[in-house]
Design a protein around this ligand. Structure first.
Ligand code: F6R
Length: 608
């Protein structure tokens, strides 16, 4: 995720910006830059790679003198991680510089309009449209130019803007991306994250969506979207730096679980235009899709389990057979793959060695490759014929959460989009399912809000040394990921099992020492799974069921129930997994585990 910081006051701005950016390093980034106003001129310095390179380039800020400035760490989304794509971005006349977090969804249209108006673009970023719009609307009043620009933007943003003609002012704006104003004495700040500010001030104002502000050394004026000045509460931060990095959460994993509504929204919403899924990034033609014999999904770990859930959606909607293969197996299996196979490669990091090897093998056999990846410019993204990025932002906890759910979101978009292209779904069902996809971020938030008692359940279940996760069909795909989460962070043995398969041997293990987590969110197999609950209860197991909020029948069967909002089963994994992530998290916490860095695991597995 990008980080932004800004300063206006009496001190030299550049060292403060560099310090602030250094404090944001933990968020992950691939390039960084600062812009400072000096004698009514904007000096910009930006580099690919570490902040240390930027410190070296600017002689620790000394080569960028000036007391007003903005800084940025970039996590590439639109355009590769290069010096040119790094922020701040400058207007053509050199009077304005902008830093931006978020995604401007309508940037293509704006870019075209600006080019037609004679503006030229240096970078491939979505952000650059903002600075040119400000230049276009500026006629001596920066506030007016910013306000008009904001009215043109669709998507999410935390913005910082400086203007050489009004050298003490910084303008900032927020829409669906965090932005905090820091209040000093004779100086003021802004940042995307309190971590960048706590060493300078602990008095902060949180901007809300649709608000913008003018910051000078002596004042902070905040406006609503109509430009009316408003009053906001000043908050005092008493977190230490470490807690601030985690946004006040105890662990990155919990922070990342809570970020999922935003991450899934960021992944979905730029790809829905006028009630239509638009996957510009892929250009898979109808003829190509009609001609393929099968889709093979390959990945490792949670990404593989996302594929298992995605298979149901793709097969049901597109009527194309889907095979999900572990990358470490596929490579050595002499696979039946040729040019009539579409290979979907799923990876958060884009650097997993087994996945890369499997992908190369399938490419060699003629398959076209479509990668679902979180890291722009990663090896898998570079190798693939087409890429659909998950816009989850950097994931810091080793165990994936938002990486997994955003992979599911992309798989759902792909399934519904391809079904429409192939004419295998009628308009009505397409519209209904698209509505379901659009509401998924809200459903995720609801499931988080509905379940404050998960820590209490964790206190009950954490003492067991082994547990089972059961489900059928789409519920089984989620059981796989739920059990993995439990194993990797709590070190409790957890086995995922297709509920109907238990009786073929494994039920011998079920007794009062084996709690069973039963997933019951798919109407078509609900009754069957409920029978399996009865079977395991009869053998003494305690049962914790996860089901839809209106399924009261299950209350009399299970010992404990976690309710989730009702969601179309084809897309329910993205909601159903949330309580399982939280359960694993709180169980691991009860057991005193190192949650963000579980033993024996690495975030990116670059060895075979
Ligand atoms: C589990 C987890 C791993 C990864 C797997 C693949 O929480 O994070 O199982 O899913 O190592 O990693 P990527 O997605 O980076 O290819």
């Amino acid at each position: 995720m990008c980080g932004i910081v800004g300063y206006t006051g009496a001190q030299q701005a550049a060292p403060i910006l560099l310090e602030g950016l250094t404090n944001l390093e933990y968020r992950g980034y691939d390039s960084a830059g600062i812009a400072v106003i000096n004698n009514k001129q904007i000096l910009v310095s930006k580099v690919t790679g570490r902040i240390a390179n930027l410190c070296e380039r600017t002689n620790d800020g000394k080569s960028c003198p000036g007391t007003v400035g903005i800084g940025h760490t970039r996590w590439a989304t639109h355009g590769a991680p290069t010096d040119t794509n790094a922020h701040p971005h400058m207007s053509n006349n050199g009077k304005f510089a902008v830093v931006h977090n978020g995604i401007i969804e309508n940037y293509m249209n704006l870019r075209e309009e600006l080019i037609n108006n004679g503006y030229h673009f240096e970078s491939q970023t979505d952000t650059e449209v903002v600075v040119h719009l400000i230049e276009m609307y500026y006629n001596g009043d920066i506030k007016k130019a910013v306000k008009r620009t904001l009215a043109r933007l669709e998507g999410s943003y935390a913005l910082g803007v400086i203007c050489a003609d009004e050298p003490e002012k910084i303008y900032v704006a927020r829409e669906a991306s965090p932005l905090i104003l820091g209040i000093g004495i004779g100086e003021n700040f802004f940042a995307s994250d309190v971590t960048a500010l706590v060493q300078y001030t602990r008095n902060v104002i949180y901007l809300d969506d649709g608000e913008f502000a003018e910051i000078t050394p002596e004042s902070i004026k905040i406006f609503d979207c109509a430009g009316q000045q408003i009053k906001k509460k000043i908050n005092h931060i008493n977190w230490d730096i470490q807690a601030a990095e985690k946004g006040g959460y105890e662990h990155f994993m919990l922070k990342e679980i809570m970020e999922q509504p935003r991450a899934v929204k960021a992944t979905i919403s730029p790809r829905i235009k006028d009630n239509e899924i638009v996957l510009d990034e892929t250009d898979l033609s109808v003829d190509y899709l009609k001609n393929i014999k099968k889709i093979v999904i390959t990945a490792c770990g949670s990404a593989y389990y996302a594929g298992c859930a995605g298979k149901h959606a793709i097969e049901k909607l597109c009527k194309i057979p889907v095979q999900v293969e572990l990358a470490s197996e596929l490579r050595y299996s002499d696979p039946l793959i040729d040019e009539r196979t579409l290979l979907l490669v799923i990876s958060q990091s884009g650097e997993t060695a087994d996945t890369i090897a499997a992908m190369k093998e399938c490419k060699r056999r003629g398959a076209k490759t479509l990668a679902i990846v979180n890291v722009v410019g990663s090896t898998i993204a570079n190798l693939a014929d087409h890429v659909l990025y998950t816009w989850a932002g950097p994931e810091i906890a080793v165990a994936t959460t938002k990486g997994y759910t955003t992979q599911l979101a992309v798989l759902y978009l792909f399934a519904l989009h391809a079904a429409k292209k192939l004419n295998r779904i009628d308009e009505q069902r397409y519209d209904n399912l698209l509505k379901v996809i659009k509401t998924l971020p809200k459903r995720i938030q609801e499931v988080i809000d509905m379940n404050p008692s998960i820590p209490k359940l964790a206190k009950k279940y954490h003492k067991h040394s082994s547990m089972f996760f059961i489900g059928r069909n789409t519920d089984y795909a989620i059981a796989l990921e739920g059990a993995l989460k439990m194993k990797e962070i709590s070190y409790i043995h957890a086995e995922s099992y297709a509920a109907g398969e238990l009786k073929h041997g494994t039920i011998a293990l079920i007794d009062e020492h084996q709690p069973v987590i039963a997933l019951c969110c798919n109407d078509s197999v609900m009754e069957k799974t409920m029978s399996n609950i009865v079977e395991v209860k009869a053998r003494g197991a305690e049962v914790l069921a996860v089901t839809f909020r209106n399924n009261q029948k299950i209350v009399s069967l299970a010992d404990d129930v976690i309710f989730i909002p009702q969601v179309e089963p084809l897309f329910s994994a993205v909601v159903e997994i949330i309580p399982l992530q939280l359960l694993a998290y709180y169980v691991a916490k009860e057991n005193g585990c190192d949650i963000d860095k579980p033993k024996n695991l690495a975030k990116s597995v670059t060895v075979e």
